[in-house]
Design a protein around this ligand. Structure first.
Ligand SMILES: Nc1ncnc2c1ncn2[C@@H]1O[C@H](COP(=O)(O)OP(=O)(O)OP(=O)(O)O)[C@@H](O)[C@H]1O
Ligand SMILES: [Mg+2]
Length: 268
């Protein structure tokens, strides 16, 4: 088992974010975490990455307790950081280097790899993500989508076995989005464990083996095989992942449940 989340609660100073969440993430699966704005997806991913810790309940990673205390142990912390990579929702919070090259080389360098290997990994990752033309640019000058790709590259260069993606397709153009979806599928085929937080039902349908739904009350609203959960209109309506909104048909405006999965991308 990669993660065991047991009755977890999280409260920020002035807001509840997670309430009684229990779930497991198994090795090699691609799990999508769905939930409306503010339901707690990013909070949960930060917790899986050991950046924040439950205010109630507990989390295990790779069979060991994941706590502030545990991560103070340098051996545990190093091995955990090597095994788990996190691509933030907000790339600005992730990027800090002077150039794109340095940003991507940072992880491999800190793994203690020999210089030739650092060079090779950084070059290969730049190539795979089509970022060669940006290699000398400062990350903070890039566009939102370019930043996202650099953040992704900096995590992939470490080669973690578990990848946490927070809204990975937000702000990407269609070509880059479909590239990313293919990349996620390839990573899954390569045996990586992937947890992706999103509100994009189409992305979920493309990449998820299993879907976990967080409700606006910060509790677990549903969990199961992707096809079953994504076909459960009642659940998706309750969790505010699909919505009623007005449509004009022949000049008559009316409301009906509306799914971004089918309606925005298919018929209608
Ligand atoms: N740093 C913070 N301080 C205080 N409250 C916070 C903080 N970060 C998040 N929250 C609150 O915690 C709740 C969960 O937020 P979180 O960012 O985890 O939601 P989310 O599901 O990722 O939403 P989104 O889809 O908008 O990214 C929200 O009510 C939010 O207002
Ligand atoms: Mg979020």
């Amino acid at each position: 088992m990669i993660f065991e989340v047991d009755s977890v609660e999280y409260r920020y100073e002035d807001a509840a974010a997670l309430d009684g969440i229990s779930l497991n993430i198994c090795a090699g699966e691609s799990v999508v975490l769905l939930g409306a704005n503010g339901s707690g997806k990013s909070t949960l991913l930060k917790m899986l990455d050991g950046l924040i810790f439950p205010t109630g309940g507990s989390i295990k990673a790779f069979g060991a307790g994941l706590s502030d205390e545990a991560l103070k142990d340098e051996g545990f912390s190093q091995s955990f950081r090597r095994r788990v990579g996190f691509v933030f929702q907000n790339s600005d919070a992730q990027l800090f280097s002077a150039t794109v090259w340095d940003e991507i080389a940072f992880g491999p360098l800190h793994l203690g790899l020999p210089p030739e290997e650092v060079e090779k990994r950084t070059g290969d990752t730049l190539h795979i993500l089509g970022l060669e033309h940006l290699r000398e640019r400062p990350p903070y000058h890039l566009s939102g989508g370019e930043k996202k790709k650099v953040a992704l590259a900096s995590v992939l260069a470490i080669g973690p076995e578990v990848l946490l993606f927070d809204e990975p397709t937000a702000g990407l153009d269609p070509k880059t989005e479909s590239f990313l979806i293919r990349l996620i599928l390839q990573l899954t085929t390569a045996g990586k464990t992937i947890v992706t937080a999103t509100q994009d039902l189409r992305l979920a349908a493309e990449i998820a083996d299993r879907v976990i739904v967080l409700g606006e009350d910060h509790r677990l609203a549903g969990e199961g095989e992707a096809a079953v959960i994504l076909g459960d209109r009642e659940l998706l309506l309750t969790a505010n992942l699909i919505h009623d909104h007005p449509h004009r048909h022949g000049g008559i405006e009316h409301y009906h449940p509306h799914s971004h999965l089918k309606d925005h991308h298919g018929r209608d």
